[in-house]
Design a binder for this molecule. Structure first.
Ligand code: ADP
Length: 257
């Protein structure tokens, strides 16, 4: 058990995209720390697999976060099963195809924006409606990315969606401040998960370019999420916490080291 065991005891948490990668690690972490966890994923089987292995109370939900019906489905499931929601990790995401700007497929752009930006928008909207209804606040973390903060030539839809996530987080944090709701972003760097598909091997290799000389793990992101959702972060809101082995600080123009 970690020192943080019990940190989220008695809390009800929703993790979207909880069927894989960072979301699954976050669901495991929150569960280990005492939360009841709703694992929501468009891949219902993956959500069920993760939920089954959690050490505490858990409920899987098949839900597409880019639709109002999908968001309603996981909120309703949480309320039905656990009576309330305290914590949200809005994490479901897709990478989209990597292509230079002239070759970006508008349909791909729309899909990435729908999942990565409309999804957290709907999720934040639903979270605040729920907090209003249950007359108590909570804490929310949205998964951003180093691509929320940096430019790259071949990931325009993803990068655009992740830049937008910071706008959502700051607007929601402004709204949430007086209402006792903290909203923050975690910005992972290179974390090899299924999101990279057949580019996974290349991601592992690029770990050598990071100041810490390695890629990160989903668990290392989950630790930040659990911190931001907990009382140790009680005065942190509207913040973007990078967990990237130092990748963000690198000056690529006069780079050395
Ligand atoms: P990472 O953990 O790096 O974000 P993964 O691909 O491992 O990458 O995890 C992302 C998760 O988000 C997957 O389980 C995937 O099924 C889920 N997901 C993708 N699109 C949606 C969606 N529209 N609604 C809900 N979950 C989604």
């Amino acid at each position: 058990m970690t020192a943080a065991a019990g940190r989220h005891a008695g809390k009800v948490a929703v993790v979207t995209g909880g069927g894989s990668g960072i979301g699954a690690a976050s669901a495991r972490r929150l569960s280990r720390e005492g939360a009841s966890v709703v694992v929501a994923d468009v891949d219902g089987e993956a959500a069920a697999r993760v939920a089954r292995e959690l050490p505490g109370p858990a409920a899987p939900v098949a839900a597409d976060v880019s639709t109002v019906a999908g968001v309603d489905a996981y909120v309703d499931a949480a309320v039905e099963r656990f009576g309330r929601i305290d914590l949200h990790h809005l994490n479901a995401g897709v990478l989209g195809t990597m292509a230079p700007l002239p070759d970006v497929d508008p349909a791909d752009f729309d899909h990435v924006i729908a999942v990565n930006l409309r999804g957290p928008f709907l999720g934040l909207r639903a979270a605040f409606r729920r907090y209003r209804e249950q007359e108590s606040g909570g804490a929310i973390v949205v998964t951003a990315s180093i691509s929320s903060l940096r430019g790259a030539a071949d990931q325009l839809p993803y990068q655009t969606s992740k830049h937008g996530v910071l706008g959502l987080v700051r607007g929601a944090a402004m709204y949430g401040g007086p209402r006792g709701v903290r909203v923050n972003a975690v910005a992972p760097g290179l974390i090899p998960t299924a999101i990279f598909g057949d580019r996974l091997a290349g991601v592992e290799q690029r770990g050598g370019t990071v100041p810490m000389r390695r890629v990160g793990t989903a668990d290392e992101i989950a630790g930040v999420v659990a911190f931001l959702l907990g009382e140790d972060a009680s005065y942190i809101t509207g913040e973007v916490v990078s967990a990237d082995g130092g990748a963000f600080m690198v000056n690529t123009v006069t780079r050395s080291g």
